[in-house]
Design a binder for this molecule. Structure first.
Ligand SMILES: Nc1nc2c(ncn2[C@@H]2O[C@H](COP(=O)(O)OP(=O)(O)O)[C@@H](O)[C@H]2O)c(=O)[nH]1
Ligand SMILES: [Mg+2]
Length: 492
């Protein structure tokens, strides 16, 4: 960890200690404790987007289990947290401030919570604790869809994602969109804020979801989806709000991650058909289910395969099997996951969120503490507020984030290549010195040292050059401090 980051984290801890003193013996003390615990807990990533964007499906793919209920269902209207733990447990946090452990069932794998005498309106959020290595680094938060039929659910999702109602908000957001709609932009803008403490391109990623449907299930669907995603990623409107756009075929990823031997056998039967016969079978879903051709699968079995893998998944799996690219269930699962885009998403989550988790958590703790003080003025809280402001203004890692979002907002004008270099140096490609300097992971220490020296000199020149515009000069000074920090941490 860099010295700058450890300074920020110890500053945040001190602020929380002072807050505990200020609020000792008051009802607010418990809220301060929650904030303190969160600093040690995994990063909280919310999955947001319109209803049926594929949020719950993608959550399941990331966990590798069919955990979150998909489609309608009562509980898909409640914000639900999925976190790692030692026991299987569901707790409901109620609007009236109480918490209650609830019984649950598993229907086709999905956790079906029994609300009993509670209505969805009584429940503020559900907390599902589930032993899972996938949830160890990131807790995932499933949210009701924006644009759902009931405006209550929509309001709930918005208030969760966009409000200042800390400490419920997430540290980072995955925003799912099937295609880019005007309402998506509006939605992104609603919870976008240029303050360091609000979601902005440094902690939000867009997912072009249900990517298999983009080319109506053709084998090249993912290639088309990648092109579209790249185009979105370069649109200024989108860049202002999210770090990048990644295409993912969530259904394929979910089903591949939970592929059963029976399903593999079924897909293998289709793979045994000559490709022309398989294609004609897959022409329409109706034909696939009801065709009388002798595949060795009943209509019901075919319908089930369709539900799990979609036309694209069946076409892909049978082609991979026919061509001999894969021959076992585990090979097929791995290949389909890779082709679904899930591996790419995981990698991006790793470098943008997981590697930055301490910074993102420190940032949301500062925001939450600031809001808490505003809501609960107390003797001594004014001083605390001033201290928070001082930390927010001076912490170098927060300045890096601020510059990154300023670049994305188009406020900093400079040559494109300089801006890309600046973004990389400030950590968009990863937090390690090698990533920041644009060097391969196996570059030797001497190479790192000389690249660091050259980079430092370059940014010093830009900072001091009278021709450099004011905003770029400010950004250049931050870049210089980043380089100095790498020296201090021993990278030089
Ligand atoms: N073809 C296809 N269907 C999907 C995909 N992801 C989700 N679906 C389907 O879309 C419907 C809604 O998905 P769900 O995850 O419940 O969406 P949510 O409302 O955003 O949580 C379900 O019937 C899913 O099976 C995908 O990547 N491809
Ligand atoms: Mg859902």
């Amino acid at each position: 960890m860099s010295n700058h980051l450890s300074t920020l984290i110890s500053d945040v801890r001190e602020l929380l200690d002072s807050a505990s003193e200020v609020y000792a013996g008051t009802p607010t003390a418990a809220q301060v404790d929650v904030l303190r615990e969160r600093l040690h807990a995994p990063l909280r990533v919310a999955i947001a987007g319109k209803v049926k964007a594929g949020k719950s499906t993608l959550l399941n793919a990331l966990v590798g289990e069919q955990l979150a209920p998909t489609d309608e269902g009562e509980c898909t209207r409640i914000v639900t947290w999925y976190q790692d733990g030692t026991t299987y447990r569901v707790v409901a946090d109620l609007r009236n401030g109480e918490s209650r452990q609830l019984p649950f069932d598993r229907v086709d794998g999905a956790v079906q919570v029994e609300l009993g005498d509670l209505s969805t309106d009584d429940v503020d959020r559900l907390e599902v604790t589930w032993p899972s290595s996938a949830l160890r680094d990131l807790s995932l938060i499933d949210t009701p869809g924006i644009g759902s039929l009931t405006s209550d659910a929509e309001e709930r999702a918005m208030s969760f994602l966009a409000s200042d109602e800390e400490p419920t908000a997430a540290d980072a957001v995955l925003y799912l969109m099937k295609h880019l709609h005007a309402t998506d932009i509006g939605f992104l803008e609603a919870f976008h804020d240029d303050e360091v403490s609000k979601p902005n391109p440094v902690n939000a990623i867009a997912v072009l979801s249900r990517a298999d449907e983009i080319a109506t299930g053709r084998l090249d669907a993912m290639a088309s989806a990648r092109k579209i995603a790249a185009r979105y990623s370069s649109e200024p409107k989108v860049r202002r709000m999210v770090q990048t756009v990644v295409p993912v075929a969530g259904l394929l990823a979910e089903s591949a991650a939970t592929l059963t031997e029976a399903e593999f056998q079924g897909l293998a039967l289709i793979g045994k058909l000559p490709s022309r016969d398989a294609e004609s079978l897959l022409l329409t879903t109706d034909r696939f289910v009801n065709s009388t051709s002798d595949v060795g699968l009943t209509s019901m079995e075919r319908e089930q395969l369709l539900k799990r893998f979609g036309v694209f998944g069946i076409r892909l799996a049978s082609t991979l099997l026919r061509q001999g690219t894969v021959s076992t269930a585990s090979e097929l699962s791995r290949e389909m996951i890779a082709r679904s885009g899930l591996d790419d998403l995981r990698e991006i989550l790793g470098s943008l969120f997981a590697e930055r988790r301490d910074l993102l958590k420190a940032r949301s703790a500062l925001l939450a503490l600031g809001n808490l003080i505003e809501d609960h003025p107390a003797p001594g809280s004014e001083q605390l507020d001033a201290d928070i402001e001082r930390v927010v203004a001076s912490a170098h890692p927060l300045n890096e984030l601020r510059i990154l979002s300023a670049v994305r907002s188009g406020w900093i004008q400079a040559k494109d290549e300089h801006l890309r270099e600046l973004e990389r140096l400030l950590g968009t490609d990863g937090q390690s010195p090698r990533a920041r300097l644009g060097l391969p992971p196996d570059a030797d220490d001497d190479t790192v040292r000389s690249e660091l020296l050259a980079t430092l000199a370059r940014w010093q020149r830009r900072a001091e050059n009278p021709m450099t515009r004011h905003e770029m000069a400010v950004a250049s000074r931050v870049a210089v401090r980043t380089c100095e920090g790498m020296f201090a941490a021993g990278a030089g």
